[in-house]
Write a protein that binds this ligand. Sequence first.
Ligand SMILES: *[C@@H]1O[C@H](CO)[C@@H](O)[C@H](O)[C@H]1NC(C)=O
Ligand SMILES: *[C@@H]1O[C@H](CO)[C@@H](O)[C@H](O)[C@H]1NC(C)=O
Ligand SMILES: *[C@@H]1O[C@H](CO)[C@@H](O)[C@H](O)[C@H]1NC(C)=O
Ligand SMILES: *[C@@H]1O[C@H](CO)[C@@H](O)[C@H](O)[C@H]1NC(C)=O
Ligand SMILES: *[C@@H]1O[C@H](CO)[C@@H](O)[C@H](O)[C@H]1NC(C)=O
Ligand SMILES: *[C@@H]1O[C@H](CO)[C@@H](O)[C@H](O)[C@H]1NC(C)=O
Ligand SMILES: *[C@@H]1O[C@H](CO)[C@@H](O)[C@H](O)[C@H]1NC(C)=O
Length: 407
Amino acid sequence: MLGVVVIFQLCLIAGSLASTGLRFSKDPTAFAVFKGWNAKTNGTLTFHFRTDNENGFLVYEDDKGQCEYIYLSLTDGRLRLRLKMGQCDETQTLLVGQKLADGKWHKVTVQRKYAWTSVTVDSLTNSTFYKGRGRQILGVESDLFVGGIPWYTRFNDLSFPSIYWESMTSKRYYGCISGIIHSNGIRPLREAHLRNTSGTSDGCLDPCSQTDKCENGGICRDTVSDVWCDCKGTRFQGTNCTREAASVWLNGSGYIVFHVNKEEENFFSNRSYVAFHMKTHNSDGIIFSLQSQYYNEYNDYLLIEMKDGKIRVELDLGEGPLVLAGKGVHVNDGVWHWVEFSRSRRDVELKIDHRVKAAGEMPGPSYQLNVKEEPKVYLAGAQGTFSENPSRNRTLADIYKSFTLGT
Ligand SMILES: *[C@@H]1O[C@H](CO)[C@@H](O)[C@H](O)[C@H]1NC(C)=O
Ligand SMILES: *[C@@H]1O[C@H](CO)[C@@H](O)[C@H](O)[C@H]1NC(C)=O
Ligand SMILES: *[C@@H]1O[C@H](CO)[C@@H](O)[C@H](O)[C@H]1NC(C)=O
Ligand SMILES: *[C@@H]1O[C@H](CO)[C@@H](O)[C@H](O)[C@H]1NC(C)=O
Ligand SMILES: *[C@@H]1O[C@H](CO)[C@@H](O)[C@H](O)[C@H]1NC(C)=O
Ligand SMILES: *[C@@H]1O[C@H](CO)[C@@H](O)[C@H](O)[C@H]1NC(C)=O
Ligand SMILES: *[C@@H]1O[C@H](CO)[C@@H](O)[C@H](O)[C@H]1NC(C)=O
């Protein structure tokens, strides 16, 4: 007796995919400008580099010509931090690692917590404390300069002016820098936004073209910092997409509730992505729902269900529901199907087995899914708003029953 088998990849898309990295060639004026890292009180910055050169400018940002700055460079094959913060009455320096110009990838993590700042290269860490006067903050206002200072930067805007010459002469960086992500300590780490670049090229080496280690249709992704198999949509997981993903077998006697955590909840608001594999012989029932635990003023929700053997999505952002129907495609044929629902603000799309089956735009001006009070994700069932809504006052038992049928 088979109810429904579901594999969920509930992913809360926050940003774009990791970048493939920038190659700094021989152009002495090469640079890349990213949106600044706000490390005022605390936060984390991570990136990867690979070079054969023992000296080179890596990363710099400052308070636009006053006195505070943070600067990371390679010096005789070691990673060096120079930091001026607070009232700038001292320059903190750190050296970490050695023989880093070995043509291999190295991962750098900088962490700030008030007076304390640490730098980690691969597995080695060194840290420093600010002992000077003033508040224990690093006031940063500029963009994050990577691999060099843009030639058009005004000299007076640099808090550490000699950086300008260093970056163009002795400390010119040659090599690759990738995977720059940062966080200000409140939000999760996110890929830094590239604002401008010149003299660089995309991607460093493409290890994906040299090895095909991803099985079962997994896609090799080279984020330079890392080469990995993207098993999304394959029903397999693990390093090489060889391990069959754990599935949930719902025989009709229960449902699964996920508590959406506070950080993810925000990501759901502008964008949503829900994807799962399913296999069933049943024709009706709720597969997925996202809703507040309580009936609230917004009453926004996302519901994915099966109706007459076809996928049906219902979404309400507070301006009335929009229904997307996977017309024609019967998914209750006892074979695996890959269902993806995605939304970016008001644009929504339903894909079944990698094909777009329905798309649309939400009515009204609202573009956020507000499920603020204890949002929950229900798998193979629903509670609260759906059972209170008379148009869908099927009891939970009814819903489960519809999943217990089958062969
Ligand atoms: C940490 O940095 C300081 C200051 O640059 C340096 O003197 C010291 O050797 C470094 N420690 C390690 C373990 O690398
Ligand atoms: C980190 O800094 C933010 C403000 O930028 C603050 O709200 C948060 O409480 C800080 N976190 C810690 C652990 O100090
Ligand atoms: C981007 O860089 C180019 C030089 O490569 C420069 O001319 C342009 O002004 C820069 N754009 C911005 C928005 O700073
Ligand atoms: C993945 O493939 C690589 C290259 O073929 C191999 O070296 C590695 O052992 C495989 N890993 C797993 C977990 O199968
Ligand atoms: C489903 O599984 C539960 C737990 O194993 C069991 O108690 C229940 O009787 C099963 N229900 C059906 C309809 O098979
Ligand atoms: C959602 O979009 C609004 C408007 O552009 C923006 O202010 C807000 O930060 C976004 N929320 C998230 C969590 O990205
Ligand atoms: C809701 O359920 C009640 C009790 O089962 C039933 O009497 C009523 O007709 C249902 N309402 C609708 C709109 O289906």
